[in-house]
Design a protein around this ligand. Sequence first.
Ligand code: AMP
Length: 414
Amino acid sequence: MKILVLNCGSSSLKYQVLEMGANENTLLAKGLVERIGSPNACHTHKVDEREDYKVEKAIANHTEGIKSVLDILTDPVYGVLYSLSQIDAVGHRVAHGGEYFFKSVAVDADVIEKIEKCCELAPLHNPANLTGIKAMAELMPDVPQVAVFDTSFHQSMPDYAYMYALDYSYYEKYKIRRFGFHGTSHKYVAEKACRLAGMRLDKTKLITCHLGNGSSITAIDCGRSVDTSMGFTPVEGVTMGTRSGNLDIGVVTFLMEKEGLDAAGINNLVNKQSGLQGLSGFSSDCRDLVDAEKSGYNRAKLALAKLAYDIKKYIGAYAAVLNGVDMIVFTGGIGENSDRVRELVCTGLDYLGVDFDFEKNAGTRGVDVVLSKPSSKVKVMAVTTNEELVIATDTMNIVNALKEKAAQNENDNN
Ligand code: AMP
């Protein structure tokens, strides 16, 4: 089954085409359309062992962006399909499913209406996701579409974990509560880590650390998310590339007064100018900070130390939430690649039963690997994430189930 995976951002569109089999899957092509809405948008398309396609042109909106993707997928030189009819289904990453969606779903009018209702919870992302869904429905009306939500994995959190201690009426009126994000990644790496370690997910207590430009930590009990560090928005939790993570609300009101900032100004400050960028004063990129720390730049050292300290505090908190922990998993650009951050986080976790293999950790990047010693009570792993694969897998399973149901109905009618 050939599946097109679409991830529409506010001004960008990422895609992959995957050939999904029962036991194996192959990435046929992937690409990115950037700066949608501008006269010099850029479409990059990659197919293994072929020259990349990269073209700058005007792309007015997501529908035009998707048209550009469909054109290149069937292009005689750069394409991987002889006809668009080879696409069996489309899987969409959708940022926010609110309290409506506990799992991925086939898109229909009711699903679209609910995603629309969640737009005010994710004003930058959900409208873009919807544009992608509607554009595909227009361009390929007979192809089934599936929505996979960043939030749905965390819908299993208990109310005392997801509620803020505010007047309850705000929850009733606006759904002010913690939702969590990166759900597809946390779910995927938890399953993969257990499979690789020969452990049963339904009997394991895990803490998964998705560390990238955006970062979140999740406590997973027997396969269910019971708490996660991001909240109502992705700004809550640990220090991130440009997001502040947890902050005393008093700081916000103080800065509003002192700096004359309004809601948009504060939003910009805590989302775009804080975190590693704000602390270091020069970069949000972990690689730059590790290099600068080596050269003795103190604020890079501070930024990395703060990041690792935040992660360590969540690990301690979630070990308490789970009443123990069997495995800690690192993933995301930083989790998979930064031996320095993993080293800082795992130093001094021996009280918890972590016997970290510092030698093995050094220089290890981009692979699935056990980083604790065989004697360690708690296993530590780095595992590569693949959110597109989760989206494609969910899409395939849902489409297959729909086909089976349709066949069953037909049998019943005959
Ligand atoms: P993501 O948002 O998951 O793509 O992750 C982006 C982050 O991963 C950036 O902070 C990068 O600096 C970091 N990263 C990527 N590769 C490396 C590496 N080799 N060493 C350290 N950090 C890395």
